[in-house]
Design a protein. Structure first.
Length: 367
């Protein structure tokens, strides 16, 4: 076994042990995982179909024939079963639940219909619905995971540098969005983490606007939000640029959002709650008279998914754990003024502060 393979195997073994460590808290004999990001985190499988059953002394992974070789080469810490007539049928035929009486499942991932089918197929099992089964386990990132996020973020930052050189009056939002996707893939991204947001002028006042056929005009503020997956981990970055000199109100709005982000970055540390960190940015925007125009939470965790726990918002009371990677993305959206602003970085939370993984400059770029 190579040194790299050995390290991966040790990491997966540690994660499987941590999953088993939840059995007592859940008062369950086994954990039944169906969410592919959580399955990947636990055993290393990168495909798109499968389920994982983890008991106190054994684990079983089930997938279909498309992934026979892939599963056998990737899955660590679990026996691999290849289904011929559906995953559930394989579980039944192989007797993978016969030694368990109480099984916890992902209630936030399994539909009511699927839950009912599990009860019908495995009536001898008591199914225990649980939300956030591995959420907190996966929330704190290892240094290897942070490195993967950093690599994905580097791709996104390189794309941004190229995109701002392309932008000119007359281009459409849709054309810029297409360039963003193409350039990410060309630079080694596995896929986009989400459809890019390119929102100019009045469209910028819609936080999750989609690229349209609107042509860019001199004086527009342009919100660009993009991210990709590399080595399974996500990037996410937002920058707002001006096409020509913006109106004074838009420039002041930009400076206020940037100041709010600086305040949050200075305050961020492990151990505070998402609500507390959100309040720092919100107070800064309140002082600038823009708090009512900050209409979303300050940020979110990311890793194998672009949006995951922990949340950073005015409703998030969970403590932010050391090692969590979260976004810090204050914004202000003013449709009556025909503009919006958002600035987003990724940070890693530490006991004594945070490390910013985003290097892209944030002073207002006037193109």
């Amino acid at each position: 076994m190579s040194l790299v393979a050995s390290r991966i195997s040790c990491r997966m073994s540690d994660r499987m042990s941590r999953v088993r460590g939840r059995l007592n808290d859940l008062e369950a004999d086994a954990i039944f995982l169906t969410s592919m990001p959580k399955i990947r985190w636990a055993c290393g499988f990168t495909g798109s179909s499968g389920l994982l059953i983890v008991g106190p002394d054994s684990a079983s992974f089930v997938t279909d024939g498309r992934y026979t070789d892939q599963a056998r080469s990737e899955v660590d810490g679990a026996d691999v079963h290849i289904a011929r007539d559906g995953l559930s049928a394989c579980v039944k035929e192989a007797g993978l639940l016969e030694s368990f009486s109480r099984v916890a499942f992902q209630a936030d991932h399994v539909s009511v219909a699927r839950r009912d089918a599990l009860v019908d197929e495995h009536g001898e099992v008591e199914w225990i619905p649980k939300t956030g089964l591995l959420t907190q386990l996966a929330g704190s990132k290892t240094e290897d995971e942070v490195s993967r996020i950093r690599r994905a973020q580097s791709i996104t930052e390189n794309v941004f540098r190229e995109i701002v050189d392309l932008i000119e009056p007359g281009m459409t939002e849709r054309e810029i969005g297409a360039e963003i996707v193409y350039r990410h893939l060309k630079k080694g991204a596995e896929s986009m983490a989400f459809d890019p947001i390119v929102a100019s002028g009045p469209n910028g006042a819609r936080p999750h606007a989609r690229p349209t056929d609107r042509s860019l005009h001199a004086g527009d503020m342009i919100v660009i939000d993009m991210g990709c997956f590399r080595d399974g981990y996500a990037s996410d970055m937002t920058r707002t640029v001006a096409l020509g000199e913006p109106e004074d109100t838009a420039r002041r709005g930009y400076e206020a959002v940037l100041e709010a982000q600086h305040a949050a970055l200075d305050a961020a540390r492990a151990g505070m709650t998402g609500r507390e960190l959100d309040a720092v940015a919100r107070a800064s925007l309140e002082a600038a008279g823009l708090a009512e125009h900050f209409t979303h939470g300050l940020g979110h965790g990311l890793g194998l998914q672009v949006h995951e726990w922990p949340r950073v918002s005015h409703t998030a009371d969970d403590e932010l754990p050391e090692g969590a990677c979260v976004t810090i993305e204050p914004g202000a959206y003013l449709p009556e003024k025909q503009y919006g602003v958002r600035i987003e970085d990724i940070i890693v939370l530490r006991e004594d502060g945070c490390e910013n993984l985003t290097r892209s400059p944030k002073e207002l770029m006037v193109l």
